[in-house]
Design a protein around this ligand. Sequence first.
Ligand code: GDP
Length: 235
Amino acid sequence: MPLDPGVSKAGEDEAAAAKRAMAWTHTARFLTTASKLSELPPSELPEIAFVGRSNAGKSSAINILTQQKRLAFASKTPGRTQHINLFELGPKDAADALFADLPGYGYAAVERGKKLRWQQVMAEYLEVRRNLSAIVMLVDSRLGFTDLDLKLLDFVSPRIGNGTVKMLVLFTKADKLGRRALDSALAEGQNTLAPLIGESADVDLAPFSALSRQGVDDAAVWLHRSGGGPGPSTA
Ligand code: GDP
């Protein structure tokens, strides 16, 4: 289904909602890095996790959404690639949400032991992290869902299915596909997601490009809402 930012409150149009959302995402700053769940500080703040296959465009997406060129590349510095990196958002003295940048997966050169460890860290985080409120999954639109993406969807499907965690799948690098190819990639992705979407599930799928900025505003509005910002209009 298309991502519909709608109207965030009576009288406020989409452009204004996007502007507010982008001003909010821009407040993101590095908080801490952890190699396992037990090292993450407990938090009551809504936490939005970013997951994706290595090279899917996760860092580029986080950087463009926060308008900070190097924010997510901090996650790529040696020693941190297998870590969970936390960013804080909102006013400096009163953070109101967290972004968690989870390790990219599926990189061919990573040896078996590390892959297994990755699975444990991801599964544990996604199943157990109490304040997890939303997941953004980055999928290269030219590849569609890979086996590891599907495994990850499996880890989270109980929490998505019961409506406690919402999900946004961004089909990245949309600029690299023509209109028809993109449409068919999105339709195929939707078919994969369909079994996840029960009555209580909140799952969106949308095209995204850090290069052309397609989908950036809508994704920012989605994040803002998931982080406790203004909800959809009830008017
Ligand atoms: P990550 O490993 O998932 O964090 O992926 P990166 O953000 O580092 O991106 C991987 C590669 O894809 C880099 O060469 C990026 O320049 C490229 N890339 C990322 N997003 C886009 C996009 O929207 N359009 C295009 N054309 N290339 C992109």
